[in-house]
Ligand binder design. Structure first.
Ligand code: HEM
Ligand SMILES: N[C@@H](CC(=O)c1ccccc1NC=O)C(=O)O
Length: 278
């Protein structure tokens, strides 16, 4: 009888994999040498890997989001929806990941928090870029990146360009919907302001989804993305609260109170306003 304690390697399995192989293709030497704790505390490894994995997923979200925006700008909603669907799953992944960091107790974190100096997630360039691409424009945030001119220029470019929502609004205009002209061309760096005329456009779509299926589906996909984004923010807030309580943040903010105010922000105000009208 075949042993159930060992699996025999098949003859065909490659044994000579010098050159291109798993580790070299994925550049794991680089990836796995990037965990360099500043303290000798056991739990700092968890803290670093939690951040690094989030940053990797943020990289993919940004990649997919930029693709979605290009598809919408080219009047091709189908592939944009595919990208947005993938983004939602990644968002769920990084949101669920908070439960791993929640195993860090206040006493454990206190042992290496001092090593972090003034560094803070507030200085995450990819997070800020994602906020800008989704439409949460805030010029003042760019100053935080004065130490890195290349990153600052990339953020500045996203600040001054249409967001995902702006691209969708422009699509609606091209598709013949009664979009207010001031939304089609505007100062893209300014925070988006809710426009009741746009809510009327969405009301027309939501009252008869069958007649507007592709745009209706896109609207609901955007609401999913905002909903999941808010859930990430909420889980960050609650994880921070259980680990540092109401201490001020290393980035200089009031801490939990500052994070709480982010929950009042909305990327797509009319997509929420329309719900009151239905
Ligand atoms: C022990 C764990 C953590 C604590 C205590 C914590 C605490 C804080 C605090 C207090 C702030 C406000 C800015 C400041 O004054 O520092 C902040 C902002 C931020 N943190 Fe964390 N954080 C933790 C983990 C994480 C993780 C794992 C990420 C994932 C990348 C993250 C990403 C961010 C981001 C993106 C901001 C800016 C949020 C915004 O602008 O609304 N944080 N964090
Ligand atoms: N702001 C956190 C420190 C912190 O969490 C942090 C520090 C360095 C790099 C990323 C961080 N994560 C999120 O803010 C604190 O006040 O304890």
């Amino acid at each position: 009888m075949e042993s159930r304690s060992i699996r025999q390697l098949e003859d065909g399995i490659e044994r000579d994999v010098a050159g291109l192989n798993y580790g070299s293709y994925l550049d794991l030497d680089t990836l796995l040498s990037a965990q360099r704790p500043l303290s000798d505390h056991h739990d700092e490894m968890l803290f670093i890997i939690q951040h690094q994995t989030t940053e990797l997923w943020l990289k993919l979200i940004i990649h997919e989001l930029r693709a979605a925006m290009s598809f919408i700008a080219a009047d091709d909603l189908g592939p944009a929806l595919k990208c947005l669907a993938r983004i939602k799953h990644i968002q769920t992944q990084i949101t669920n990941q908070w439960s791993v960091l929640a195993t860090l107790t206040p006493a454990e974190y206190a042992q290496f928090r001092g090593s972090l100096g003034k560094s803070s997630g507030f200085q995450s360039a990819q997070y800020r870029l994602l906020e800008f691409l989704l439409g949460n424009k805030n010029k003042a945030m760019v100053a935080v990146f004065a130490h890195d001119l290349e990153t600052q220029a990339e953020l500045e470019a996203a600040l001054n360009a249409p967001s995902l929502y702006d691209e969708f609004i422009r699509y609606l205009d091209r598709a013949g919907y009664a979009v207010p002209a001031e939304l089609v061309e505007r100062d893209w760096s300014a925070p988006y302001a809710e426009n009741p005329e746009l809510t009327k456009v969405f009301l027309q779509i939501y009252r008869d989804p069958d007649a507007h299926w592709a745009v209706y589906e896109t609207c609901e996909e955007l609401v999913d993305v905002e909903d999941t984004f808010q859930t990430w923010r909420f889980r960050h807030l609650k994880t921070v609260e259980r680990i540092i309580g109401h201490k001020t943040g290393t980035g200089g903010s009031s801490g939990v109170g500052f994070l709480q105010r982010a929950l009042d922000l909305t990327f797509f105000p009319e997509l929420y306003a329309v719900r009151t009208e239905i």
